[in-house]
Design a protein around this ligand. Structure first.
Ligand code: FE
Length: 202
């Protein structure tokens, strides 16, 4: 999949609107940058990674997370716009979950940050539904036939995050160490988490 191509019509319109607002003195460019930076890097997917690591190490938290994710992540102080009605879906050896927003780009901001460009692309949105296995293969994830793929279509009413499988060889790791293994892509469902040894040798 081609990531990060030329700006789309929407991106250009946003840029034009931004300059106009700045020109009229209605927004402070630094404030905009700070918001984007907060969601893209600082808050971003690190919150989701904390949630996953806690779910792996605390079975009672995991149960609460699967039952009511909005309430469970709030226990960790995580909440905010685009995070209401959050649903956590869990990968297992026999089930793989993938999230998409077929209509636009609904995404759980408080746990995953801002959506990557490819998440918003028409190709991703249509193929996630039509051919999820083929799409995952392009992300480098080949799933055996016996694994069921479940595709979750996000909306303004309901947003999803994937709890990826905990990789083998991580039994002795701390919750903080585990959180560092968790990637954004694994929480969207387009990747698995590599065991620590394999990551080191890459
Ligand atoms: Fe959407």
């Amino acid at each position: 999949m081609a990531h990060g191509t030329a700006p789309t019509g929407a991106a250009l319109r946003v840029r034009a609107l931004e300059s106009l607002l700045e020109e009229k003195g209605l927004v402070e460019p630094k404030a905009l940058d700070a918001i984007v930076d907060t969601y893209e890097t600082r808050v971003g997917p690190r919150n989701g990674a904390r949630v996953v690591a806690k779910a792996w190490t605390d079975p009672a938290f995991r149960r609460r997370l699967l039952k009511n994710a909005t309430a469970a992540v709030a226990e960790l102080g995580i909440s905010g716009p685009e995070g209401e009605h959050l649903v956590a879906v869990e990968n297992t050896p026999s089930v793989h979950n993938l999230i998409v927003c077929t209509l636009c780009s609904c995404y759980p901001w408080p746990v995953l940050g801002l959506p990557p460009v490819w998440y918003k692309s028409f190709a991703y949105r249509s193929r996630a539904v039509r051919d999820p296995r083929g799409l995952l293969r392009e992300f480098g994830l080949e799933l055996p036939d016996h694994v069921e793929v479940r595709v979750w279509d996000a909306s303004a009413e309901q947003r999803y995050m994937v709890i990826p499988e905990r990789p083998a060889g991580t039994e002795k790791m701390t919750e903080e160490g585990l959180a560092e293994l968790v990637t954004r892509d694994s929480m969207v469902g387009v990747a698995k988490i590599q065991p620590p040894a394999r990551r080191a040798s890459r």
